[in-house]
Design a protein around this ligand. Structure first.
Ligand code: SAM
Ligand code: SF4
Ligand code: SF4
Length: 372
């Protein structure tokens, strides 16, 4: 039985407030953490709400009608997100992913995308501006997202079989609507769409082959994700993780031979594979069996403006307090606080977990709050 969820405010009640360093230096886009890792990706959670109740993420018995979501004024405003993002970009961020909760539930999200699309990397390039969605509102919104400046989209889809999919999203939502969303995104120019399937052994692993077949001859790139021990409410167990190596083996055994291909860039989370008959590509994200912490260049900004340096962190750094401070800190001051945090970063949770699964008992923040 899953433990009742502990409200976020009670998880990290007394984090010390952040202080501005005495000597300030101008960001040069080359920030490195304590293990020499750069800061290239920023994931921004724009809402802690969702219209799905995926059993591995926001199980119904925890996220029920009594669950207290964050009040609207505690969410970062679009202006605040755009400001903090520009500071991250000055530190070397090239890619921003909007997530949640379900990001398409945040009203007027296109306005935020327009603001972010104006940012330029330190070498003058537009950002890779992307979004992860459950696809439920995508058919309706794909064109306006593209028009606002979104570059690409990732859609989560855990099964092709309606009964299994409904069991997983737990709100009776049909596969067909998500497939329409994927098609609409491709048609709007948000492709190639990446499709993420979380594989939970015994629940949807029989969908690996149908999903691989369906996406084989299509534009969208399917990625299988190992079920992770994020958050405190999904009751994760190691034996529910189906190792990516087995996913690849099953696809090959089903008559779809695969060849490994090189990563697009250092720090890419997915290992890439190509169908040997040339018909397309797929990926596996092996967060549990093959940790990729050594290249992890991702920072996460929670819905209420806390900076998390790892998906499995138990506390975040309150950047919103700086943004809203009466002292009216300028961008340089905030940039230096971020440098200090990043320079002190030594997180490598997945690598350590692979040595001891006891770690997974540690209290962690929910994925719907911190963003996937
Ligand atoms: N609601 C959006 C969606 O589902 O795409 C965005 C937020 S969701 C938290 C981001 C991604 O995290 C999704 O692809 C989801 O499948 C994945 N995810 C959530 N819980 C997970 C878990 N326990 N293990 C692996 N992936 C998980
Ligand atoms: Fe919602 Fe995404 Fe979590 Fe599913 S995975 S409950 S769609 S936030
Ligand atoms: Fe990055 Fe933390 Fe995941 Fe390792 S466990 S890859 S450091 S987010």
């Amino acid at each position: 039985m899953t433990e009742k969820f502990i409200p976020l405010k009670e998880i990290s009640p007394s984090q010390p407030s952040l202080s501005i360093p005495e000597v300030l230096t101008t960001p040069d886009g080359e920030l490195r953490d304590a293990l020499g890792r750069p800061l290239h990706d920023l994931r921004v959670s724009v809402t802690d709400r969702c219209n799905f109740r995926c059993i591995y993420c926001m199980p119904k018995e925890v996220f029920d009608k009594d669950y207290r979501y964050l009040p609207h004024d505690s969410l970062l405003s679009f202006e605040e997100i755009a400001r903090i993002s520009s500071i991250f970009v000055a530190h070397g961020v090239r890619k921003i992913r909007l997530t949640g909760g379900e990001p398409l539930l945040r009203k007027h999200l296109e306005r935020l995308i327009e603001m972010l699309a104006k940012l330029r990397t330190t070498d003058g390039q537009p950002l890779d501006l992307t979004l992860t969605t459950n696809g439920s509102l995508l058919a309706r919104k794909a064109q306006s997202l593209k028009d606002a400046g979104l570059t690409r989209v990732t859609v989560s889809l855990d099964a092709l079989d309606d009964t299994i999919f409904k069991r997983m999203n737990d709100v009776d939502f049909s596969v067909n609507e998500v497939l329409k969303g994927i098609d609409a995104a491709e048609a709007a120019g948000l492709g190639p769409v990446k499709v993420n399937m979380v594989v939970k052994a015994g629940l949807n692993d029989q969908e690996i082959i149908p999903m691989a077949r369906y996406f084989k001859d299509r534009q969208a790139i399917l990625r299988f994700i190992e079920y992770m021990d994020v958050g405190a409410s999904n009751g994760w167990k190691l034996d529910e993780v189906l190792p990516s190596a087995e996913v690849i083996q099953r696809i090959q055994d089903a008559g779809m031979p695969l060849q490994a291909i090189d990563a697009n860039y250092t720090g890419e989370t997915a290992s890439r594979w190509r169908h040997a008959d040339g018909s397309g590509e797929l990926g596996v994200i092996s967060s549990v069996t093959q940790a990729f912490c050594s290249d992890c260049s991702r920072a996460r900004l929670s819905t209420e403006g806390k900076l998390y340096t790892c998906l499995f962190a138990s506390h975040g750094h309150d950047l919103r307090a700086l943004l809203r401070s009466r002292q009216q800190h300028d961008d340089l001051a905030i940039a230096n606080v971020i440098s200090q945090i990043w320079q002190g970063r030594s997180d490598r949770y997945s690598e350590l977990r692979s040595k001891s699964t006891d770690l997974s008992q540690r209290r962690k923040i929910e994925m719907s709050y911190i963003g996937g």
